[in-house]
Structures are given as C-alpha cells and as structure tokens.
Design a protein around this ligand. Structure first.
Ligand SMILES: Cc1cc2nc3c(=O)[nH]c(=O)nc-3n(C[C@H](O)[C@H](O)[C@H](O)COP(=O)(O)OP(=O)(O)OC[C@H]3O[C@@H](n4cnc5c(N)ncnc54)[C@H](O)[C@@H]3O)c2cc1C
Ligand code: SF4
Length: 470
C-alpha cells in the first residue's frame, strides 16, 4: 500500500480558485483559475487507487484517470499529457467544459464519502495547459503516411477529434468548415468565461503541426459540392452539429426584445472576437431579462445577460433543480453572479405593450409526476398562472440535428428525428448507410456534450482506418 493511500484523510478536495464575482461579471475572461504544480500534485494524491475505477467507465472517452493521476503525483507532466491524449484528443477543453459532477467526478469512489471526489477535470486541464506551454506535442515520428485522404466536414469537437486520430494513423485529414475559425460551438457557442478562445487557437496550432489542413470559410453544399468530396477523397466524416432550434411556439415570440439563445450567444461571441462594442439590441443595461430553459445553453445566456448589464436575470425552468439538464457547476456560477431561478414554472406566453415590446412572461406553476421513464414530467397546475415582468426574453429550449439536404441525396439514411443513422445493419461504428460516409457528434446524437462528440470523432476515425487500411 502506498504511503499516499490515505492522503484524502489529510488533504481536502480543492478546486482551483475562481475569479471573485465582483470582477468576473465585468468581463468575459475564464472564471476558473489554474492549479499550480504543487496543488495539482497534492490533489492527484487524493486518488485512493480503488482498484475499480468507475471514474474511467463514467468518462465518455474512458480516460485512464488513475494512471495519469499517478504520473501527476510523481511530477511526470509530459508523460501524463501523452497518456491523456491516448484517449482524448482535446483534454484541456474537456477539463474545462465537461459537467464532471455528472461524469468522472460523480463516479469517483470518494464522492460516495464525506471527503468528496478527486478534482479530475481541473487536473486534466492543468496538465494539458502546462505541458503545451512547455512545448509538449504529439510524437508522430513512427507514423507512416498511407496515401489515404479523408475530408472532414465540420471543425467542431467531433471533426477535430477525428482529424487527430486520422493523422496518427497516417491518413491525410482536410477539415472543411463554413466558419472562419475552427472549434464549432467551442468557439462560437460556449462563452469565453467558460472556455477562453486562445485555448482553441492553441489546439489549432497543435493539429496543424500534426499535418491537419483546415479549409475555413468553405460551406459544403454552397462553396464545395459534397459529391466532389466523395470523388476526391477515400472517405468523408460529417460532423456538422445540431442547429435546428426547438421552437416552443410561444405566443408573443415575435415581440421586440425576444431573442433565441444560440443566435444571441453567437452574435455576442463574434463581436467579442472582433472587439466590437455591444449592439443596441444586446445592451441590457437597466433591463429585466428572463431566460426560458434550464440547460447549459440557458446557463450561458443567464451569465452573458449579467455581463451585458441586466438589472435582473430570472431563469425559468419547468422541472425542479434536481431534474435540470444544466451542469450543477454552471447553476452555482449563475447563482453566484446574481441569477434568480424559478423552478416548476411553465411559460405560457410572452406579453407585449402597445409598441410591440416585451413587457412580461405569463407562466403557470407545475407539479412533477412520475412519467415511468425515470424522469419527472411537469404538469400544469390550474389556477396558478401569473406574470413575470420582463424587458428582454431569451428562449433556450434546445436544438435538433439539422441534416443537410446533400446527405439525403447521397443515400444516407436518417432517423425520423433527423439524426444521422450510424452503425446499423452490420455497419462499422459511426459508419452511415453509405459505406464511405461516417458521421458523429451532435448530428448523430442530438444536442449533447463536447466529450461525447470527441468520442464519436475518435471512434469514427478508427472505423475509417479499419475500412481504408484493411
Ligand atoms: C451555448 C452552448 C453551450 C454549451 N456548453 C457546453 C458545455 O459547457 N459542456 C459541454 O460538454 N457541451 C456544451 N455544449 C454542447 C457542445 O458544444 C456540443 O455538444 C458540441 O460542440 C458538438 O460538437 P459537434 O462537433 O458535433 O458540433 P459543433 O460543435 O456544432 O460543430 C459543427 C461544425 O460544423 C460546421 N458546419 C455545419 N454545416 C456545415 C457545412 N455544410 N459546411 C461546412 N461546415 C459546416 C459548423 O460551422 C460547426 O463548426 C454547449 C452547446 C451550446 C449551444
Ligand atoms: S474527459 Fe470529461 S468526463 Fe472524462 S475525465 Fe476528463 S473531465 Fe472527466
């Protein structure tokens, strides 16, 4: 037994310090601070090496967590970074944005005790940041080029993970994206206070150093024909995400002052990237903002609205806190920054004044009933309707896959929901009904998580390699 086995009795769980609320709400900088080397090592020593690392199982990419925690304990940062990359092509990003409380840390054996889980995500983030800063780069010296070429459509986490794995297999990876920067929602959806855009740019340098070619500002179907890609490449990976807005069809959604979550967040991030001033529509100073929806996107809207100067931000969600889809960490940060939550309220309509401007949201209280599928179903409680005054309303009800027409016209089977069907009828994992077309991420799963998109990209690359190099 190591002398560190009972370290958790003496060293409390610590997360990196966050920027004080009064300062963080003044800007968009990342709010989570960094571990330093002694702190990361000491926190890594809290791992009890329980022998049954359920954390690995709960991590969607099945990171070798206890093994790299041991390397961190021994100060072997570069080796830890190499081991992290064996399973996760984007560890510094997952370390920042994964809802660890629902994944690795939620499954840590120590989480079942009063001592609290190992701070896995923060250690993963620190190790990768530090190793990259010290010059760590993937070692591809043993890779032999195969002459095979793959087009990847979408530079989101699914496409980036796929590109990383293809290059490690000696396959050329050309990544097409309609945006002018890589990252997909990492760059344009997730706000900078959760993920600094410099982190994504560093990853771009790493990938380009591996030989990945980015063809940005190229929309497939508009600037490049999909059929051309099929002709020019040995296989195609489609990681185009999920962008069809779920419209709750609330009466009053056309009123002045009503925004949809993603266009709102994207427009704000783009203006920050271009260093432009706040446009009039997003100048929330002196305004009462109501955010409808309890997912991660809703939390990002809450916290962005605070930074845009809102007098008050109220987040309305139809279930209770325990049933919220958003990460507990993001709910906590929202609260710290001044967001008020109204649970078990179903929005009924958005009300306007004579000038067509928002003045309130009418809601009804809900009771939660057993739905039989393990998730409480909200039921409106008659006679409990009331109005919440508002000047701005942001609707955040989720996203559905938006399969491009060119997929269907090339014979790719879709599910009724619009998700791309993969791995059916004996197909390889993530292979579509067309043998040379693979897909993964939100367009296969529906709106989900970065780490699951990474998993899909990684697995799809494995399937592509087994097809092309058989
Ligand atoms: C506001 C917001 C906050 C989120 N916060 C979190 C979080 O904290 N943690 C977490 O784990 N997940 C979070 N998510 C979810 C996460 O961002 C997604 O699950 C993930 O980005 C999906 O990856 P993807 O590669 O499948 O798609 P995307 O990231 O959407 O990337 C798809 C890419 O495809 C490109 N594309 C689409 N069509 C074409 C075309 N025809 N031609 C060329 N390019 C095309 C797009 O431009 C885009 O770059 C959040 C999502 C949102 C919207
Ligand atoms: S990838 Fe996400 S779930 Fe897996 S160990 Fe890292 S932070 Fe945890």
């Amino acid at each position: 037994m190591s002398d560190k086995t009972f370290q958790f009795l003496n060293v409390q769980r610590q997360t990196p310090r966050t920027v004080p609320v009064a300062i963080r709400v003044l800007g968009y900088g990342e709010i989570a601070g960094d571990f330093g080397s002694p702190q990361a090592g000491t926190q890594a020593e809290r791992c009890i090496d329980c022998g049954n690392p359920y954390c690995e199982h709960a991590c969607p990419v099945h990171n070798y967590i206890p093994n790299w925690l041991k390397l961190v304990q021994d100060g072997r940062i570069m080796e830890a970074a190499t081991l992290m990359h064996e399973t996760n092509p984007l560890p510094e990003i997952c370390g920042r944005v994964c809802p660890q409380d629902r994944l690795c840390e939620g499954a840590c054996t120590l989480e079942q005790t009063a001592f609290g889980s190992v701070t896995i995500g923060s250690i993963e983030r620190w190790v990768t940041d530090e190793a990259l800063r010290q010059g760590w780069r993937p070692d591809l010296s043993a890779v032999r080029e195969t002459g095979k070429r793959v087009a990847i459509i979408g530079a989101g986490p699914a496409g980036l993970a796929c590109a990383d794995r293809l290059r490690r297999a000696g396959i050329a990876a050309d990544v097409y994206d309609r945006q002018e920067e890589i990252g997909g929602l990492l760059t344009f959806g997730i706000p900078p206070f959760k993920l600094d855009k410099g982190v994504v740019r560093t990853r771009r340098d790493v990938l380009e150093g591996m030989g990945v070619r980015f063809l940005l500002g190229h929309e497939v179907g508009r600037d490049v024909e999909f059929g051309q890609l099929l002709d020019d490449y040995d296989a195609v990976f489609v990681g185009t995400g999920a962008y069809t807005y779920v419209d709750a069809e609330l009466p009053g959604r056309e009123l002045h002052g009503v925004h949809d979550a993603l266009p709102f967040l994207i427009a704000n991030t783009e203006r920050l990237l271009r260093d432009e001033p706040v446009p009039h529509a997003f100048d929330f100073r002196g305004k009462r903002v109501v955010v409808l929806g309890g997912g991660d996107t809703g939390m990002d809207c809450n916290r962005t609205a605070i930074r845009l100067g809102a007098t008050s931000v109220t987040c309305v969600y139809r279930r209770d806190e325990a049933n919220m889809p958003g990460s507990a960490r993001e709910v906590k940060y929202s609260r710290e920054e001044g967001v008020e939550f109204l649970f078990q309220r179903q929005p009924l309509e958005i009300l306007g004044d004579a000038d067509g401007k928002v003045r309130a949201v009418r809601v009804v209280e809900t009771a939660l009933v057993d739905s039989g599928d393990g998730r409480a179903r909200p039921q409106n409680v008659e006679g409990t309707e009331y109005e919440i005054e508002a000047d701005v309303v942001i609707q955040s009800f989720g996203f559905l896959p938006s399969p491009p027409d060119w997929l269907r016209s090339h014979g790719v089977a879709l599910e009724r929901s619009g998700k791309v069907a993969t791995g059916v009828n004996g197909a390889l994992p993530l292979q579509t009904s067309h043998p040379r077309i693979f897909a993964g991420g939100d367009n296969v799963r529906g709106a989900d998580l970065v780490v699951r998109a990474v998993y899909d990209g990684r697995e799809a690359a494995g399937s592509i390699a087994s097809l092309l190099l058989a």
